[in-house]
Write a protein that binds this ligand. Structure first.
Ligand SMILES: O=C(CO)COP(=O)(O)O
Ligand SMILES: O=C[C@H](O)COP(=O)(O)O
Ligand SMILES: [Zn+2]
Ligand SMILES: [Zn+2]
Length: 309
């Protein structure tokens, strides 16, 4: 059973005003927790693998885990490369069975980003694989950015239109105030919805992607801290903002940090409460359960992707 691309998923999500969750996977328990939730929720699903994950899991292990998960559940799953840094890693994933790749040329000047993205699009489309690109800069973007710096780092709507036309890319990650990791905002969380609305209107029917979209669920942060962790000041994107983003052109919402927090919080708690236990299946099993519950909650209450298969 082959992986599916995101084409149909995005079309349905766009028309239904909801978003599909793209979850980062790094090991078996993470894959199983996510997939079990999707099965229960009857939700479309994208599993994504970063360069770091590929390296950690020694390349093809994750591919085979996701294959096994798909066979086991019968779910249509899209396998996506997250933040491909250059043509070669995208090519390796296209050739290696992924159905979607991201080429992240956001750090390059506009013309260079277009050139690199177009090269990946040409290669991938020829093999039936879809491509996500990125325009605008996410890293380090916080609520303290001023209007003029916002214009320099957030996605410019006119450029977005030109970028999509000239590259033929299938989806586009945009910068509107989110950022990766557990420390997204210093003060009050804020996203530039006016910009998102403008980009949506200027690219009707075109799927947008929101990176850095974890909520940094406060209960998990508190649990980590209670059982020996040190995560002072962690803060993410509030759920209502993510819900709202899904009603615009955003069809894919990327989540990694919340998976890490769910797993770490539950393992910390378990080990603290069971100091005599040293069986990895005990605590990794707890991590898997916590991930399943968290992902099911996202699908149901945030992405609005439950019962959409
Ligand atoms: O964007 C992401 C992966 O590409 C993950 O974002 P978070 O760090 O907010 O989970
Ligand atoms: O966008 C970043 C993702 O959270 C992946 O993180 P990673 O590169 O540490 O695997
Ligand atoms: Zn990026
Ligand atoms: Zn990302």
């Amino acid at each position: 059973m082959p992986f599916v691309t995101t084409k149909e998923m995005f079309k349905k999500a766009y028309e239904g005003h909801y978003a599909v969750g793209a979850f980062n996977v790094n090991n078996m328990e993470i894959v199983q927790g996510i997939v079990d939730a999707a099965k229960e929720e009857e939700s479309p699903l994208i599993l994504q693998v970063s360069a770091g994950a590929r390296k950690y899991a020694k390349h093809s292990y994750l591919l085979h885990l996701v294959e096994a998960a798909m066979e086991d559940t019968g779910l249509p799953i899209a396998l996506h490369l997250d933040h491909g840094a250059d043509f070669d890693i995208c090519k390796a994933c296209v050739d290696g069975g992924f159905t979607s790749v991201m080429i992240d040329g956001s750090k390059y000047p506009f013309e260079e980003n277009i050139k690199l993205t177009k090269r990946v699009v040409d290669y991938a489309h020829n093999k039936g694989v879809v491509v996500e690109a990125e325009l605008g800069k996410l890293a380090g973007v916080e609520d303290a950015v001023k209007v003029n710096t916002k214009d320099a780092t957030y996605t410019d709507p006119d450029q977005a239109v030109e970028f999509v036309e000239r590259t033929g890319v299938d989806s586009l990650a945009i910068a509107i105030g989110t950022s990766h990791g557990a420390y997204k905002f210093k003060g009050k969380p804020e996203l530039d919805f006016a910009r998102l609305e403008k980009i949506t209107n200027m690219l009707p029917g075109f799927p947008l992607v929101l990176h850095g979209a974890s909520t940094v669920i406060p209960e998990f942060v508190a649990e980590c801290n209670k059982y020996g962790g040190k995560l002072a000041g962690a803060q993410g994107c509030p759920e209502d903002m993510l819900k709202k983003a899904g009603t615009y052109g955003v069809c894919k919402i990327n989540i990694d940090t919340d998976l890490r927090l769910a797993m770490t919080a539950s393992i910390r708690k378990y080990l603290y409460e069971h100091p005599e236990d040293f069986d990895p299946r005990s605590y990794l099993g707890k991590g898997r359960e916590a991930i399943k519950m968290m992902v099911a909650h996202k699908m149901r209450d945030v992405l609005n992707s439950s019962h959409r298969l």
